[in-house]
Design a protein around this ligand. Sequence first.
Ligand code: SAH
Length: 244
Amino acid sequence: MSGWHATVLTIYPGMFPGPLGLALAGRALESGLWRLDVRDMRDFASDRHRTVDDTPAGGGPGMVMKADIVAAAIDDAEAAGPQRPRILLSPRGAPLTQARVRALCEGPGAILVCGRFEGVDERVIEARGLEEVSLGDFVLSGGEIAALAVLDACVRLLPGVMGAEASASEESFEQGLLEYPHYTRPQVWEGRAIPDVLVSGDHGRVARWRRAEAERITRQRRPDLWASYSRLQGARLDNLEGFK
Ligand code: SAH
């Protein structure tokens, strides 16, 4: 097996692997746990100036990436093997979630299209069935940093990439909650002590404290996550009632 396969389509191939060439993702790339192909979409232009954009129909500022160029780059990437999700990084997309990341990393890989200028011609989104994925409600100057973020989130979940497998399942979002607070030595720092329970050696109490803290932090910071977590817990309790 050649590993999880990412193809990035961009007009700035020099931005890759960038930070993904270092640390966890970089070591995994070197050892073949995943594979990264980066294609310059300008290679699919047919004119001397390697043009990938044109003025927006209907007028207005900026430029739009041409449908034929983006489609040719996608079709070329598809020829590489089994079908992979085709993702367009876009502020209009569904905000990326840990659930989507997990599903992506369990598949064969992904094709990531990085927009530039005002974005890409709507027709290529329809014609190639692109899934629009957003990093959040803010505007980047291009899809590259968003693609790096998607890849980083996926790669760290690939089998064999992270040292302690358990650490992934306890993290923020994996249980529908934000994570509990962490502490390490020294026992007292600037007059602040590590909570007693964490140095008690009582694993049951530690686990209950962590769960309670995760719930408190989620309730305070993310009412949206808290609402769906509470709904799920409610449904679990109802199920248990049914068995009585
Ligand atoms: N005119 C667009 C913004 C274009 S920004 C608008 O108003 O919606 C240029 C490119 O950056 C986009 O095509 C997309 O690929 C990328 N991009 C910008 N913000 C992003 C975000 N929040 N998430 C993912 N990609 C983003």
